[in-house]
Design a binder for this molecule. Structure first.
Ligand SMILES: Cc1cc2nc3c(=O)[nH]c(=O)nc-3n(C[C@H](O)[C@H](O)[C@H](O)COP(=O)(O)O)c2cc1C
Length: 172
């Protein structure tokens, strides 16, 4: 049986889109038919057997498009295996330590509890000053957030490989 997987994402400056593309690549290499799409361009999730959804984090919140996707598709998502990820903290070390324990937006936790994702991951992000507007730059400066690309591709690819293993196991 062909498993159709959706990797949906919401990004402001492109980092999260690249993470989603990498996850998609790993899933495809594992033989899973995978679409990688911006969350606001997904019409219907019901053709997919499994869904991965990721968002960039800004001031402790997910991008609107990802939150909207989660809300609009709650029922269908609760009936499928779902994995969630955030791309956020900059700096070296454990991402959860970098965010002082933040793992997922508080406002979306009740929704996630109903959907019951298989996992909620927090990946390092990329603070690219060249792409930030004036306000974002001053916010980053104020909180002294490290600038640069801290994405850990090994962690991201092994997370995606684990998803592929679960899905392939389910149909074997
Ligand atoms: C103004 C601003 C606020 C941010 N707030 C957070 C935050 O609250 N938590 C976090 O982990 N990362 C935060 N970040 C880091 C971004 O989430 C990170 O750079 C992310 O990878 C950007 O993804 P995108 O390029 O897909 O938009 C912030 C970045 C900026 C510029």
């Amino acid at each position: 049986m062909d498993i159709q997987v959706l990797v949906a994402y919401a990004t402001k400056h492109g980092t999260t889109a690249e993470i989603a593309e990498m996850i998609g690549q790993v899933l495809r290499q594992a033989g899973l038919a995978t679409d990688v799409l911006p969350a606001d361009r997904v019409g219907d999730v019901t053709p997919y057997e499994a869904v991965v959804l990721g968002s960039a984090v800004y001031i402790g919140r997910w991008q609107k498009q990802a939150a909207k996707f989660l809300k609009a598709n709650e029922k269908a998502l609760a009936e499928r295996p779902v994995w969630l990820f955030s791309s956020g903290p900059s700096g070296e070390g454990d991402p959860v330590e970098l965010t002082n324990g933040w793992r997922f937006p508080k406002a979306l936790q009740p929704l996630a509890d109903r959907i019951r994702p298989r996992d909620i991951a927090l990946f390092h992000g990329h603070v690219n000053v060249d792409k930030l507007n004036f306000i974002e730059r001053s916010m980053i400066k104020n909180v002294k957030a490290p600038v640069g690309d801290f994405r850990d591709w090994e962690t991201i690819t092994s997370w995606a490989t684990a998803i592929a293993d679960v899905l392939k196991e389910a149909v074997s």
